[in-house]
Design a protein around this ligand. Structure first.
Ligand code: ADP
Ligand code: MG
Length: 253
């Protein structure tokens, strides 16, 4: 029997009666790279908040790896293998790139043993391979606050990968990045998608075109449509939601 990595059924989240998510259904196979788009206020961040346990559903359920996440804490969900990358990088600015990755690889040890203890050779190998994956070998001994914004984003993605998540959630990773940095992040996500299941929330349509295989469009808390980037871009409902008018009403106006 095939089971999906993530199965969301009839999910509603109300804030004082306002439905940020409204009877949303979504499912995703293991190994997928899924891009979720939608106008401001569509419910994209709330969608991630429910998967990570930050927000509890009013109705419906989220099933991750066959386990209903109802009443499971944010911390436990993270331990179960859901890793989240927030929009602004959360790295230790006064530590080097290598030390940041060391910390991420040694989550259960305290900071002191990580900084002053001797990392095991297997940990070393992991840090070295992570540095290669995120393209920061040359900057390994640089303090993180000297990195560009895009490099910080890549470092934080490396720190998430260090925890071997089964599902990686990435919220608007290229907001405020240069074109070159945007392309680097795109390549990194595509490389990670070879061996990870990933949900990327994104606004930048050029970036979406670079990485997208299957796209889910959210609107007013529900799934408006789903398909390839071409299918989604040609969908009249999507055009209406993004441009605020249909081609025919444009003529009438
Ligand atoms: P998106 O990320 O797609 O821009 P959000 O998920 O942040 O959308 O928000 C969806 C809607 O829910 C918005 O109208 C927002 O104002 C509302 N909302 C989000 N979080 C809260 C909250 N904690 N309390 C009240 N309203 C909220
Ligand atoms: Mg948001």
């Amino acid at each position: 029997m095939k089971s999906n990595l993530l199965e969301i059924e009839n999910l509603t989240v109300s804030f004082d009666g306002f439905k940020a998510l409204n009877n949303l259904n979504f499912s995703m196979d293991a190994g997928e790279l899924r891009v979720v788009i939608g106008p401001n206020g569509a419910g994209k961040t709330t969608f991630l908040d429910v998967i990570t346990g930050k927000v509890q559903p009013t109705q419906g359920r989220v099933v991750f790896n066959g386990c209903n996440l109802r009443r499971i804490s944010e911390y436990q969900i993270a331990r179960m293998g859901v890793g989240r990358k927030f929009q602004t990088p959360r790295v230790y600015l006064n530590l080097t790139v290598r030390e940041n990755l060391d910390l991420a690889c040694n989550r259960n040890k305290n900071v002191f043993s990580t900084l002053f203890g001797r990392p095991l050779s297997s940990d070393r190998h992991t840090v070295t391979s992570l540095l290669e994956t995120v393209g920061l070998v040359a900057k390994a001994d640089l303090q993180a606050d000297l990195l560009s914004h895009g490099e910080k984003q890549r470092l934080e993605i490396g720190m998430l990968v260090a925890q071997s998540p089964d599902l990686l959630l990435v919220d608007e990773p290229v907001a405020g990045l240069t074109d070159e940095e945007t392309e680097n992040i795109g390549e990194l996500l595509l490389a990670l998608a070879e061996s990870h299941s990933i949900i990327v929330i994104e606004h930048d349509m050029e970036f979406v075109r670079q990485i997208a295989r299957k796209v889910t469009v959210l609107h007013e808390g529900s799934v408006l449509c789903e398909g390839s980037i071409e299918e989604v871009q040609n969908d009249p409902h999507v055009i209406e939601v993004y441009l605020g008018q249909t081609p025919s009403s444009e003529v009438e106006n």
